[in-house]
Design a protein around this ligand. Sequence first.
Ligand code: ZN
Length: 312
Amino acid sequence: MRALQIYVFSGMNVLFIVAFFLFGLVFGSFLNVCIYRMPRQLSVVRPRSACPACGTPIAPYDNIPVVSWVLLGGKCRHCKAAISPRYATVELVTGIFFVISYLVAGPTLEAAKLCVLAFLLIGLIFTDAETKLLPDLLTKPGMVLGLMFSLFVPLEGPAQFLLRHVDNWRVLSLVNSLAGMLVGSAFILGIALLYEAIRGVEGMGRGDVKLMGLIGAFLGIKLTLLVLLLGSLIGSFFGVALIVFVWRKRLARRRSRNAAESGSEARKRAWQSAILIYRNFEIPFGVFLGSAALLAAFAGDPLVHWYLQFYQ
Ligand SMILES: [Zn+2]
């Protein structure tokens, strides 16, 4: 099991850290283009970026990751329309995850794999949060990339035990990646079909199925199970927080409008409307699964290790 190993600082390391950070900023900048254009079925290559409000093409000096957004005060230079803080956030987060990839794996192919995974997940998390969509253009190539990386970065899994006569690690690693992909996507597909059978409406989209396929292909079965566990924990926490938040707001409103209503009646009514809002809220599962996958990819092994120690 690979423990989280942080590479010691030296002159060479600082150079690598800066390089990974700058690459992350540039890739994050490209992600912003993907997040805006992919759900709108627009090309991510052409034309050049323009202000969505006034249509003025964005000059190269106004397109520097993070820096331009800060210098322009989050506004278009021409029409002064607000530019979402999401642009600078995505760039910064991608830069930070690229640096962590290097700190965790050193200047290796494994670091490249972690960078690619972080890139895809950050893109999918923010697209899902903004548009409730998980574009095929990110999930499908992502699954293929996950399988391909397994040929160069060994992935642990059940193949070592099930295929004892095979001594080619690349074959075993690929089988583990395929197994992770199948387990991840089959689990979500199962839940989606069950939910549709019971409630009669689509709960989880097919995008979530492909997202978990991608995560499984990159991380293998063990960490995929951890992602499903963490994802449902984060989702439940979010659900409870949402209900409590709406309940408190509704309760305050009822009390200010209708002073004669009894406290218990007001609480009951506010609770009913909070549950109703929660039921109609389209839960962004991709955000939770993607965040859980980032956590599992970078801290999964220490996390599993920490958890298992309570059972020894
Ligand atoms: Zn503008």
